[in-house]
Each structure stands twice: as structure tokens, then as C-alpha cells.
Design a protein around this ligand. Structure first.
Ligand code: CP
Ligand code: NVA
Length: 309
């Protein structure tokens, strides 16, 4: 059976912890020895992008290089997933060339289709549904700062989007309390929440859904925010810009969290919108450690999928 990496919801808590521990170990190895063992020697990653990227593109490319393999960047104009040829045929063909595929898509159904027809592992490099590679970097960053995450509180403030979905899944699997504050009409999808409640019941933790950002961040160990307008939603940007300002992560909001709260953002940030400069560049911010951890996280996902450890 080919393993895929499409959603944190599909992993057991044990598998999620294995990937996080592997990411930490590969990071330590890189820092201590200046290099990693060539775990993916001769392996090739195909990277299909329907949307722009800095972190995902560069961190996967560098991860493959540092593990002894190679990455191919395939821009939106090249493959034209589903337009130049069907997603199923792309999956069948690319599987004959590469050892693993990463795709950043608009509709999650394209990833499901790729995974269905590919004979090599498929990685979700972000879809409209979720962003699991981001989740690995994020929970690694939280573990580095907070130690064992069970019983800690993660508060997400802003749009109930793909990143919020991933954080709900990861937090409830790992036994963290999860709170989310969104404007009305921008909540997490009911089916996503239902899954979060299910995982929370299993791990004995809580999920709080509110429209009040102060309630969400009360006593939080981690505050997380993301853009108000995700890629593909640009036509709604103005409407969202009018609705979301009460959900800005600023110094006033931080005052309601724990004194040692850390602030996270998957980036790219829209400074002055969902986060102020004061917070993004302040002592609580972990934004750039988190961005670095994309590199270590990708290595772990790749090595785990290819059974290289
Ligand atoms: N956080 C993230 O996925 O960044 P990119 O869109 O730059 O890849
Ligand atoms: N929610 C954002 C995340 C970008 C990394 C988006 O989908 O555009």
C-alpha cells in the first residue's frame, strides 16, 4: 500500500508523534553535524504548483537536496493539472518518473484524484481544505517552546480556513485544548468541526468555538493567526478586510493570554491586517522559527513516506 500525506486527520496520534520526533531528530542532526545522512539518495520529488509559494517550494527543494535527492519544480504553467490533461493521467505519468509527488492545488479533490491514480506517495502542499506540512512545522515549533503539548491551549484567531483546519486536527490528536474565534460566516466547516470534536473526545481535550477573540485567547499558550483572504479568494478580499479587523492579533489581545504565550503565523503575513508589526517582531513571536521548521518538517514527511528511516 502506498502511503500518502494528505491530511493530519488521516494519521494516528502515534504516527503524528513519529513524524514530529523524526523532524526534531533530523533538525538536531543537521545543526550538530552540519549535514544530514543521505537518506533519500537518488530519490526524486516532483513538485506540482497551481499557486505561488516561498516556504513550501524552497523548503521541499532544500530538504531533498540535503537528504541526497533532487526536487523538480513544476510551475502552474507547465503541468496545468486537469486542463492540459486529466489529473488521473498526470498521476499515472509522473509516477513513472519520480519517487514522490508534492502538489499545491486549489480544490482538494484534485489531490484525492492524484493520490488515487499515483503509484508513488502524494503529499498535500496546501489545498483549499488543509495544509498538513504546515501543521508538522507548527507542532514541532510548539513542542520546542512548550515541551509536551498535552493539556496546553492553542487559540486560532481569524478565518476558519485550511490552516485552522489542520491545527484543529493536530491539536485534538495531540491532546491540546483548541479554541477558535472567527467572524460570523467564517467558522470552520461543520464536518471539520465534527471531526475535531471526535478526536478531542478520544484524547480527552476540549474544542471551543466562538466569535469572541478575547474568549479564545484567554490563558492560551499559543496564539495563531493567518491571512484573512486565502489564495483563490482574492475577489472577497475587500469584504473580508471590512469584517476581520476585530480579529487582529495585536498587543491588546495578547494581554489576555498567558504571560509566556507564543505567537505563530504560517506566513505570508499581511502586517497591519491580521497581525501587527509590534507582535510579529516582538518577544512572543516565533514566526521565523516556524518558517525554518518547514524545512525540518518536510524532511520528516519525505523520509516517513519513503520508509527511509
Ligand atoms: N506557509 C506557506 O505554505 O508558505 P508558502 O505559501 O510561501 O509556501
Ligand atoms: N490560508 C493561506 C495559507 C497560505 C500558506 C492560503 O491558503 O492562502
Amino acid at each position: 500500500m502506498v502511503k500518502h500525506f494528505l491530511s493530519l486527520a488521516a494519521l494516528s496520534e502515534k504516527e503524528l508523534r513519529q513524524i514530529l520526533d523524526l523532524a526534531a531528530a533530523l533538525k538536531a542532526e543537521q545543526k550538530e553535524k552540519g549535514e544530514n545522512r543521505p537518506l533519500l539518495k537518488g530519490k526524486v520529488l516532483g513538485m506540482i504548483f497551481q499557486k505561488p509559494s516561498l516556504r513550501t517550494r524552497v523548503s521541499f527543494d532544500v530538504a531533498m537536496l540535503q537528504l541526497g535527492g533532487h526536487a523538480l519544480y513544476l510551475s502552474p504553467n507547465e503541468i496545468q493539472l486537469g486542463k492540459r490533461e486529466s489529473v488521473a493521467d498526470v498521476a499515472r505519468v509522473i509516477s513513472r518518473y519520480v519517487d514522490v509527488v508534492m502538489a499545491r492545488v486549489f480544490g482538494h479533490e484534485d489531490l484525492l484524484e492524484l493520490a488515487r491514480y499515483a503509484t508513488v506517495p502524494v503529499i498535500n502542499g496546501l489545498s483549499d481544505y488543509n495544509h498538513p506540512c504546515q501543521g508538522i512545522a507548527d507542532f514541532l515549533t510548539m513542542m520546542e517552546n512548550k515541551g509536551e503539548l498535552r493539556g496546553k491551549k492553542l487559540a486560532f484567531v481569524g478565518d476558519g480556513n485550511n490552516v485552522a483546519t489542520t491545527l484543529l486536527y493536530g491539536a485534538t490528536k495531540l491532546g491540546m485544548h483548541f479554541a477558535i474565534a472567527t467572524p460570523r460566516g467564517y467558522e470552520l466547516h461543520p464536518a471539520v468541526l465534527e471531526m475535531g470534536y471526535h478526536f478531542a473526545a478520544h484524547s480527552g481535550t476540549t474544542v471551543t468555538v466562538t466569535h469572541d477573540p478575547v474568549e479564545a485567547v484567554r490563558d492560551a499558550d499559543v496564539i495563531y493567526t493567518d491571512t484573512w483572504t486565502s489564495m483563490g479568494q482574492e475577489a472577497e478580499a475587500e469584504k473580508r478586510r471590512a469584517l476581520f479587523p476585530p480579529y487582529q492579533v495585536n498587543g491588546r489581545l495578547l494581554a489576555h493570554a498567558k504571560d509566556d504565550v507564543i505567537v505563530m503565523h504560517c506566513l505570508p503575513a499581511h502586517r497591519g491586517e491580521e497581525i501587527t508589526d509590534e507582535v510579529a517582531d516582538g518577544p512572543h513571536s516565533r514566526l521565523f522559527d516556524q518558517a525554518e521548521n518547514r524545512l525540518h518538517g518536510q524532511k520528516a514527511v519525505l523520509a516517513w513516506l519513503l520508509d527511509a528511516v
